[in-house]
Design a protein around this ligand. Structure first.
Ligand code: HEM
Length: 658
């Protein structure tokens, strides 16, 4: 234990003891708090909490105590204790986070991340209220299901670039070696995919959010001002501000932030200068790309993006915009004037209500844009790493998953060796995903539905979401009122008692336990098995053939329950607003990787001069995302034909980058 932790523990214990002795034995609410492991006097369940894979521990508690489990930082009888409540079944997650969303959608106020580092205006940190609703409305306008096709070209371009980068990194005769998760030293080309996925996620989001195209292709590793700035800030956010779960000593003892400047050199107060430096970077990261979009719009050289679309259509958000007594379309107003309004309202000069509303809109927009960028990096990297892990395991077992997926994809891409010459070889595109079919509407007519063209590929993607579990515990929600809840009865507990959930509790939906539920997914939940989602002939007939309203609804409800998408993006009013975008981008990545490249374990020459296959034990050390520690992968084009097609698609990306 280092001196800082020891000091903090002593202060914490002394303060708790003081409150404990003042409060006497607190009588808890007459209804019992949720069950859980017994808290120790004063410190509560601190030793039951782990930074590593807390979701696994929370799942084992659920097996003992039921779907609602409470742990407590400091003993629950202490008024300053912090209850942590883990919800581990779909029913309790939906009952509380969804149906009672009005009281379960707030966010904890984090002094370090929010107030000191300036992140309190980022979507994931804003408390539930007017600001979070405004921000989510903006995201909804740009990332609704209907808007996603507008980003199709960008998604396809970045996917092609990513693939070209992968192959070029692999074929470059990189001889340097790096350490991977199992401490093996591997030639760096086997790990080159990681920075490339990060770059793919960064570039895609920069272009979708700001209309900014990174002016270098994936095959050249040249620095870019916005990409570098973004990577630096996302690193600060994920690996420094949020390291160890994002809770700092100052979050527990907020008075620490008032320390005089002279104490800042002491280790206990080193968080203050750190937060100042990080805040400056975060603010620059919010301002600079946004100012760039406005300047491009003023020159008329902007590309359509989240920011430009909303700036152009601001009247849909701010009903009318008034300047000098004239009502103008916001697109007619110079960005300089708009930002002068923003600063005018900041110094509280008398400005018109509309001008204030517009300034508020711009403020919300730039922070929302930045939040979308920040949220997409680790999630996308983790998803692709899960895919690669799954395919490596499949290769160990003979490669049946890839074979089945290619049977479907080759019919469209023509990438199999024996494909008919009438099919021009190409990579899959987003418009290949569905076919329109007419099904009876039960009233004598028909209606159009979208039917997946590649059911097995869809099943692979679903299984990547389920098996990998990108975010195993949703970001904590804060309960804003005392609540009493009775969980549904089950065979293990036919008569559940009502429970008291205290205002201020942090609520975690345990997505991991749901996606590893044997009841929902069968006994083989730890295996990667896409077949579990394939339709039976009867289901196929009811969904896309003859119509039977009752059966149709039953099957749809049952499939929704077993669809990982119902859980992986969280619950209720704080559900992931990026899900429509990733639904398209991850599908295209999955389909493209399946159809065009072979994924194998690396082979390296051992001391005996023989080639050995490297089998690494993969560990998960990130406390928020289930990101695997780096592991090596050998990624190659599936064939000469695939290589040509990838290079051709990559040329398009390169031409646009130049
Ligand atoms: C790649 C897969 C992704 C997964 C599995 C994922 C999952 C999640 C989850 C579980 C949450 C927490 C929801 C809750 O608290 O109940 C979340 C929040 C969020 N996600 Fe995602 N996400 C992904 C990608 C993205 C992308 C690409 C973006 C942006 C373009 C994004 C933007 C956000 C934002 C802004 C929030 C905070 C929402 C709020 O607090 O209101 N996510 N995501």
């Amino acid at each position: 234990m280092d001196a800082l932790t020891f000091f903090a523990l002593i202060i914490g214990l002394a303060y708790s003891f003081y409150l404990y002795s003042r409060s006497g034995k607190q009588v808890l609410h007459s209804v019992r708090i949720p069950p859980g492991p017994k808290p120790l006097p004063l410190i509560g369940n601190i030793f039951d909490l782990t930074a590593k894979e807390l979701w696994v521990k929370a799942t084992s508690f659920a097996q003992t105590y039921g779907p609602v489990v409470q742990l407590s930082i400091l003993h629950p009888s202490l008024p300053i204790s912090q209850p942590l409540i883990f919800l581990s079944s779909p029913e309790v997650c939906f009952d509380l986070l969804d149906k009672k969303g009005g009281m379960y959608s707030d966010k904890p106020k984090l002094v370090m991340a929010g107030e000191l580092c300036g992140c309190d205006n980022m979507v994931a940190f804003t408390g539930y209220g007017a600001q979070s609703r405004r921000q989510r409305k903006l995201i909804g306008m740009a990332f609704s299901k209907e808007r996603i096709p507008a980003y199709q070209g960008l998604i396809e371009r970045e996917t092609a670039g990513f693939l070209t980068g992968l192959l070029s990194a692999h074929s470059s005769a990189a001889s340097s070696t790096v350490s991977s998760s199992s401490q093996n030293t591997l030639p760096s080309r086997f790990l080159a995919y990681i920075p490339l996925i990060r770059r793919y996620a960064g570039q895609l989001t920069l272009s979708v959010i700001y209309g900014y195209t990174v002016p270098t292709s994936y095959t050249r590793n040249v620095h870019d001002r916005f990409l570098d700035m973004a990577e630096d800030c996302v690193d600060i956010l994920s690996n420094r501000i949020a390291s160890g779960g994002g809770i700092w000593l100052v979050d527990i003892f907020p008075w620490l932030k008032k320390a005089p400047k002279s104490l800042e050199s002491l280790p206990l107060f080193s968080f203050i200068p750190k937060s100042r430096a990080w805040k400056a970077k975060m603010v620059e990261f919010v301002e600079r790309p946004f100012e760039w979009v406005k300047a491009e719009m003023q020159k008329g050289t902007h590309k359509p993006s989240f920011c430009s679309t909303l700036l152009e259509n601001s009247d849909a958000v701010v009903p009318s915009t008034v300047t000098n007594g004239h009502t103008k379309r916001s697109s007619d107003i110079s960005p300089d004037l708009l930002s002068s309004w923003a600063s005018a309202s900041a110094v509280a000069k008398p400005v018109s209500r509309k001008a204030k509303e517009y300034a508020q809109f711009e403020f919300d927009l730039k922070w929302t844009a930045n939040s979308m960028y920040s949220a997409s990096g680790d999630t996308t990297v983790t998803t692709v790493m899960h895919y690669l892990l799954a395919i490596l395991q499949d290769a160990d077992k003979g490669g049946e998953v890839v074979r089945q997926a290619r049977k479907e994809l080759d019919l469209v891409t023509g990438l199999a060796d024996g494909s008919p010459s009438t099919i021009k070889p190409r990579l899959p595109g987003l418009s290949d995903r569905y076919i329109d079919v007419d099904i009876p509407d039960g009233k004598g007519g028909t209606r159009k539905v979208k039917k997946p063209r590649f059911p097995y590929v869809e099943a692979v993607m679903s299984e990547v979401w389920r098996w990998g579990v990108v975010v195993p515990l949703n970001l904590p929600h804060r309960l804003t009122q005392d609540d009493v809840y009775t969980p549904p009865s089950s065979s293990a507990n036919p008569n559940p008692s009502p429970m008291f959930l205290r205002k201020g509790s942090l609520i975690f939906g345990n997505i991991w336990s749901i996606l590893r539920s044997k009841e929902l997914f069968g006994d083989d939940v730890d295996d990667f098995r896409p077949e579990r989602y394939l339709l039976s002939p009867h289901e196929e007939e009811v969904l896309y053939g003859t119509y039977d309203e009752d059966e149709y609804e039953v099957i749809r409800r049952e499939r929704r329950k077993r669809d990982p998408r119902s859980y992986v993006f969280g619950f209720g009013r704080r559900q992931c607003p990026g899900q429509n975008l990733v639904e398209s981008s991850v599908w295209l990545l999955t389909a493209t990787l399946l159809s065009a490249v072979d994924v194998r374990r690396p082979c390296v020459e051992g001391d005996d001069g023989k080639e050995n296959l490297v089998r690494e034990k993969v560990d998960f050390n990130n406390s928020v995302f289930r990101t695997p520690d780096p592991f090596g992968v050998d990624i190659r084009p599936r064939s000469e034909k695939a290589l040509e097609v990838i290079m051709l698609a990559g040329e398009g990306e390169e031409a646009e980058s130049l």
